[in-house]
Design a protein around this ligand. Structure first.
Ligand code: PAF
Length: 281
């Protein structure tokens, strides 16, 4: 397992791979790996000759007052877990390496970053697209895997890749869940035992919405309100948003007559969790 911390070395590493005519899959992460990340890596392993991951807790995607300073980290564990699923190289830069003092350039996808999570986290996606664009330039992957759990992030990255003509194929991995339905997230670690139980209302509300739609309900507002009522009746929950949107544009939908996604963000105590589900007639 190679661990590379500088941009210069990483570029040389991937150049050597491409010169041999071999392909690279990159799985970008912020570390503190869980089963969901490892599934992304298992998928990535089958998509290219070489599997590289990045571990970088990206400060530009955290707003003021968010959990940057306490974001969980455990590099030795991450290294062991990722090695076990076939990762050959970890790009593990520090903040100075990615954002040197003179740093001044940001990538911003307009419009679709302003709704959903963008409303309460107005600078978040600008940080995500900036760091992902940098990681793509540094690691030059042929393919890159992102989890569908961060649905808006996935849609925004796809938009960036298309708009900026980037030479990378973005592949989505379905949300990985605990057996009781909770979507896996590094932030689940913040939940107390009781909150962990309350957090199950997110996936329950999404499943209930899916059932309503598959039994014929087409009015988005009715489906949305049913989910809101279910979540609001659970203690310690504060809804950030519950929306039904078009899967590609993320525009809100009134009538569910084609593909749609229900996305939500809910605070359980001080932990903000997100989840989503595809709704089909
Ligand atoms: O999904 C994440 O973990 C992060 O947003 C990403 C894509 C690694 C960018 O920092």
């Amino acid at each position: 397992m190679d661990v590379i911390t500088t941009v210069r070395e990483m570029k040389a590493y991937v150049r050597a791979i491409h010169q041999r005519g071999e392909t690279i899959c990159l799985v970008p992460t912020m570390g503190y790996l869980h089963q969901g990340h490892l599934d992304l890596m298992r998928m990535g392993r089958n998509l290219a000759d070489h599997l590289i991951i990045s571990i970088f807790v990206n400060p530009t995607q955290f707003g003021t007052g968010e959990d940057l300073s306490v974001y969980p980290r455990d590099f030795q564990r991450d290294r062991r877990l990722s090695g076990d699923v076939g990762v050959e190289c970890i790009f593990f830069p520090d903040v100075e390496e990615m954002y040197p003092p003179a740093y001044a350039t940001y990538v911003n996808v307009e419009g679709m970053t302003e709704s959903l999570c963008g409303r309460s986290r107005p600078t978040h996606f600008r940080g995500v697209t900036t760091v992902v664009a940098k990681l793509f330039n540094i690691c030059d992957p042929d393919v890159s895997v992102f989890g569908q759990k961060d649905y808006q992030q996935l849609a925004v990255i796809r938009r960036m890749v298309e708009d900026l003509n980037m030479n990378v194929r973005v592949v989505a991995h379905p949300t990985v869940r605990e057996t009781d339905g909770l979507a896996m997230s590094s932030r689940n670690k913040y939940l107390s035992g009781e909150q962990r139980q309350e957090a199950l209302v997110l996936s329950r509300a999404l499943n209930m919405a899916r059932e309503l739609v598959s039994s014929g309900e087409k009015a988005a507002e009715r489906v949305r309100q049913a989910a809101i009522d279910m979540i609001a009746s659970t203690p310690e929950t504060v809804i950030d948003y519950v929306e039904i949107v078009h899967p590609d544009t993320l525009h809100c939908i009134d009538v569910i007559d084609d593909r749609a996604v229900m996305a939500l963000a809910v605070k359980i105590g001080s932990t903000r969790l997100i989840d989503n589900i595809e709704l089909r007639l």
